[in-house]
Ligand binder design. Structure first.
Ligand SMILES: [Zn+2]
Ligand SMILES: [Zn+2]
Length: 122
């Protein structure tokens, strides 16, 4: 159950002109208009900040969800790829090359000199 309180959401951007010059395209020097414009600019900045904050939070959430999906998925490697393709993390979709993907995943998880050691028995 989730209700959005109406008071929490601002009605919209404040006017960038004072009440007197609301519809005047060229009000000339007006202190109230200047204040209104500054308030509007601050509002726009806040909106942009909030938007980019929300954006990065969303990106972080998505990255975390992706990480969990990859960790829980037996099909793909640590990057979420399976046979060079982005994995859907859907265990019901098991293709023929699963073994190859598992081998590739194992190789990626152990990036190291294992192969070099084996190929260099000196
Ligand atoms: Zn004005
Ligand atoms: Zn997967």
């Amino acid at each position: 159950m989730r209700e959005t309180p109406a008071a929490a959401a601002p009605a919209g951007p404040p006017p960038s002109r004072c009440d007197k010059h609301r519809t005047d395209p060229d009000p000339g020097p007006c202190r109230a208009c200047g204040d209104a414009r500054k308030a509007r600019e601050a509002y726009d900045r806040d909106q942009a900040d909030a938007a980019s904050r929300a954006q990065s939070e969303k990106a972080r959430d998505q990255a975390a969800a992706r990480r969990v999906a990859i960790d829980n998925c037996q099909l793909c490697d640590a990057s979420g790829y399976r046979d060079g393709r982005l994995c859907a993390h859907d265990p019901t979709v098991i293709d023929r090359s699963r073994r190859g993907a598992a081998a590739a995943a194992a190789a990626i998880r152990r990036p190291g000199a294992a192969d070099l050691t084996w190929s260099n028995p000196a």
